[in-house]
Design a binder for this molecule. Structure first.
Ligand SMILES: NC(=O)c1ccc[n+]([C@@H]2O[C@H](COP(=O)([O-])OP(=O)(O)OC[C@H]3O[C@@H](n4cnc5c(N)ncnc54)[C@H](OP(=O)(O)O)[C@@H]3O)[C@@H](O)[C@H]2O)c1
Length: 239
């Protein structure tokens, strides 16, 4: 088991996380799908088990510190390491259209807090818990699934909580990268583009397959590669 690269994908019970997890498993990576909802995760795993022997699952609620600690302890004691972490789980709960929570002037700060818990503090804590073993093993890839809505160079007024969270996630990428200079741990942000998922909606132009391309590329860098950068597919984005 220890010679095989192990990937942990958060929010892997549906959407981009599930698509990425299936792709990793197809590529031969030992893939751990995580999700906060046991029933949803079980139903996904029971469908995939026929096709893949190289998958497992763990309950992981990215807004709950205890759940994150429990999941990290569980996977580390079972597998000894996680080589590749894909921080994919995310929420966009700012009101759609012209609701009060879709303006920075009126948004309830609870919406910002809740969004930050899942989209930023969760990835931060999970990274803190998994990086020591990556350092020990002299290998690690962390992919933070961000969004063009987190680009400071193209900032707009709508979806303030989501935007603030993705800017912060991008900052996490840069800070981790700087702390990990000189190690073989690469940390990058990726934007999947606008993708047809529950979050993206059915009018989004990109398919799931297109959406996960950039994540897969950064997660599977073998002998070094970029770190501390932001990409969509293979193209570097401005922060
Ligand atoms: N779709 C797009 O157009 C688009 C564009 C830019 C960026 N993104 C980013 O891509 C990532 C995936 O988005 P998606 O489109 O696949 O969204 P999605 O279809 O809404 O799926 C979101 C996933 O995150 C999980 N999740 C939410 N809160 C969680 C928590 N507290 N703990 C654990 N898992 C949690 C969900 O699990 P449950 O089933 O339990 O809710 C679900 O698996 C997100 O980070 C999103 O911001 C998406």
């Amino acid at each position: 088991m220890n010679n095989k690269k192990i990937v942990l994908v958060t929010g892997a019970n549906r959407g981009l996380g599930l698509e990425a997890a299936k792709t990793f498993a197809e590529m031969g990576y030992y893939t751990i799908l995580s999700g906060r909802n046991a029933d949803s995760l079980d139903s996904v795993i029971s469908k995939l088990k026929d096709q893949f022997q190289n998958i497992d699952s763990v309950i992981l609620d990215m807004s709950d510190k205890q759940s994150i600690r429990h999941a990290a302890d569980g996977v580390l004691s079972k597998y000894g390491k996680i080589d590749i972490l894909v921080n994919n789980a995310g929420i966009l709960i700012d009101d759609a259209d012209s609701g009060a929570d879709n303006s920075i002037l009126t948004i309830n700060s609870n919406i910002i807090h809740k969004t930050m818990m899942t989209n930023v503090y969760g990835p931060l804590l999970l990274s803190q818990l998994l990086i020591p073993k990556m350092k020990e093993n002299d290998f690690g890839r962390i992919v933070n699934v961000s969004s063009a809505m987190g680009q400071l160079s193209d900032m707009n007024g709508l979806y303030p909580a989501y935007r603030i969270s993705k800017v912060s996630l991008n900052a996490l990428t840069i800070i981790l990268h700087n702390e990990l200079k000189g190690t073989k741990i690469l940390v990058n942000s990726v934007s999947p583009g606008w993708v047809r998922t529950d979050m993206g909606g059915k009018n989004a132009p990109r398919s799931l397959e297109e959406g996960v391309q950039g994540m897969i590329r950064l997660a599977t860098l073998v002998d070094g590669g970029p770190s501390g950068l932001f990409f969509r597919d293979g193209d570097q984005l401005d922060w």
